[in-house]
Write a protein that binds this ligand. Structure first.
Ligand code: GGG
Length: 355
């Protein structure tokens, strides 16, 4: 029986999580899979206000025995600075549990009109593979001469050969199962040490995958191509920061970031992997009941895949497609041109899963 830790976190994470859990429970039951969710009320700002930290001492052993972590969103900058809440929770999970691959699929879903109106479902379908434990998110650096006119802040980018190679190999292996193309996101003309290193490792790794086509773009023009030619891409491998940006941009180009799922994978299986929507806590809409729950529910499908229940995962994706194709404005949330709520959209998907 897979044991799953459910951690809603902050803001709309609390609103979308119950629907994600319900969707997974319903489909798992239909497939004869017993899933056991345990809810945790930490990794949120209320916990921080009470305890002065985002996570309890010993959280690694508390969560380490779970098969997966199902996460919502983190951040409430009105109360805790975002870098404190993020480094105190989500980034700890990714690092301590060596979830070095962040998979962020992106495609046009039925019934959703992308900003580029001449494209529809099937035209755009790519996967961002984001390096998830090092790179620009190194936390190495500091502020010197604080409070003086010589004050300076610096932060190092860290790229290790092991860290870069392993995520690139994972990206190539994904491409072998898809349309056999990997695009590398770089900026080696401006970032003159770490990005040329990234490029050199890409060249070294690609030679082990002769059947996979490759190309690479500097991040600035790559962002433009995401907007104008999203159909060019199959698998895009990127550093931690570039991958974070591209995986918000991609779903925005296909319609809404509210539907985007992600999987933070520990490929060795030594630690639990973590599944979460790409979106954050969205304080601007939190409490209004209008957040799109699809990113959370689709993340549940990725979690079921990871747990070996691929058919159950596909059923969730089909149920999402069915509800979107029906295009009932009373059901859909406002980000996809509806007048419905988190609850109406989530329950419509769950109703399809029950049939
Ligand atoms: N569910 C994703 C989430 O809460 N994201 C907040 C955030 O700022 N994430 C930055 C990151 O993924 O590096």
């Amino acid at each position: 029986m897979p044991k799953i830790a459910a951690i809603p976190g902050d803001g709309i994470g609390k609103e979308v999580m119950p629907l994600g859990v319900q969707a997974v429970e319903v489909v798992a039951q239909r497939h004869g899979l017993d899933v056991d969710f345990e809810w945790f009320d930490f990794a949120n700002v209320e916990y921080f206000q009470q305890h002065g930290q985002m996570l309890p001492d010993g959280w690694q052993s508390q969560l380490g025995g779970f098969d997966s972590i199902f996460f919502g969103a983190v951040g409430w900058p009105q109360v805790v600075p975002d870098h404190v809440s993020l480094w105190g929770s989500l980034l700890q999970f990714r690092r301590q549990f060596d979830q070095y691959v962040n998979l962020r699929p992106c495609k046009i879903l039925p019934g959703i009109t992308p900003p580029l109106r001449d494209r529809g479902p099937g035209d755009v379908d790519f996967l961002v593979v984001r390096e998830n434990t090092e790179g620009e998110y190194s936390n190495a650096g500091g502020v010197l001469f604080e409070g003086t006119d010589r004050e300076l802040a610096m932060q190092e980018t860290v790229m290790t050969r092991i860290g870069v190679d392993r995520v690139m190999k994972y990206a190539f292996a994904q491409a072998q199962k898809r349309r056999k193309k990997v695009t590398s996101a770089t900026k080696s003309n401006g970032i003159s040490i770490t990005m040329p290193y990234w490029d050199s490792r890409f060249e070294a790794v690609q030679s082990d995958y002769p059947g996979v086509e490759t190309d690479r773009f500097h991040i600035d023009i790559l962002a433009a191509h995401f907007v104008q030619h999203p159909e060019w891409f199959d698998v895009v491998v990127a550093s931690n920061l570039f991958g974070d940006i591209l995986s918000d941009l991609g779903p925005a180009c296909t319609g809404t970031i509210g539907v985007a799922p992600s999987a933070n994978i520990n490929p060795t299986g030594e630690f639990p992997s973590l599944f979460e929507p790409v979106h954050g806590s969205a304080p601007d809409i939190a409490g209004k009941g209008v957040a799109n729950p699809i990113g959370q529910i689709w993340s549940g499908a990725m979690m079921l895949d990871h747990l070996g229940a691929e058919a159950a995962g596909r059923e969730i994706e089909t149920a999402i497609d069915d509800v979107l194709r029906a295009a009932d404005p009373q059901v859909l949330t406002p980000d996809i041109a509806g007048q419905g709520t988190t609850e109406t959209l989530g329950q419509a998907i769950i109703d399809v899963l029950r049939k």
